[in-house]
Write a protein that binds this ligand. Structure first.
Ligand code: FES
Length: 145
C-alpha cells in the first residue's frame, strides 16, 4: 500500500473512533477514577477502570477534546480491556515510544492503535494522543502500590 493510501486508511480509523467512540461512559461501584487534562489546550478526560485480580476487567471514558485525543481514548480502552496490569502498562510504553518516533516493540498486535503512529510527526499533537494513556498509567500504577 502506498504511504498515501495508508495515511488515508489511518485517518479513517481515527475518525471512526472519534465518531463512534468505544467504551464511552462512566463505570460505577469500586472503579478507579482518573481525571486528567491537557494543559496546553484545557481538554480533559475522565477515565474509569475496573481492576480485579491484577486484570483490567472494564474501562470507560468521558471527556472533551480533539479527534486525536478522543479517538486515542477509545482505542486505549479497547486495547486494555481484559489485559493484565503489566500488559496494559507495556502497551502504554509501546505507545509512548511510537509517539516519540522511536522503534517500538511490534511483537504485540496493536490493532487500531497503529493508526495513530503518524502523530509522532506532529509534536504539538503528541499530548493529545497520550492524554488517555497517561491517565491509564496513573490509575494502574497507583492501584499496584
Ligand atoms: Fe486538546 Fe487535542 S487539542 S487534546
Amino acid at each position: 500500500m502506498s504511504s498515501n493510501n495508508l495515511d488515508q486508511l489511518y485517518r479513517q480509523v481515527i475518525m471512526d473512533h472519534y465518531k463512534n467512540p468505544r467504551n464511552k461512559g462512566v463505570l460505577e461501584d469500586d472503579s478507579l477514577t482518573i481525571n486528567m487534562n491537557n494543559p496546553t489546550c484545557g481538554d480533559r478526560i475522565q477515565l474509569t477502570l475496573k481492576v480485579n485480580d491484577g486484570k483490567v476487567t472494564d474501562a470507560k471514558f468521558e471527556g472533551e477534546g480533539c479527534s486525536i485525543s478522543m479517538s486515542s481514548a477509545s482505542m486505549m480502552t479497547q486495547a486494555i480491556k481484559g489485559k493484565d496490569i503489566k500488559e496494559a502498562l507495556k502497551l502504554s510504553t509501546i505507545f509512548s515510544d511510537m509517539m516519540q518516533g522511536k522503534d517500538y516493540d511490534d511483537g504485540i498486535d496493536l490493532g487500531d492503535i497503529e493508526a495513530l503512529s503518524g502523530v509522532s510527526k506532529f509534536p504539538a499533537r503528541i499530548k493529545c494522543a497520550t492524554l488517555a494513556w497517561k491517565a491509564m498509567e496513573k490509575g494502574l500504577k497507583e492501584d499496584e502500590q
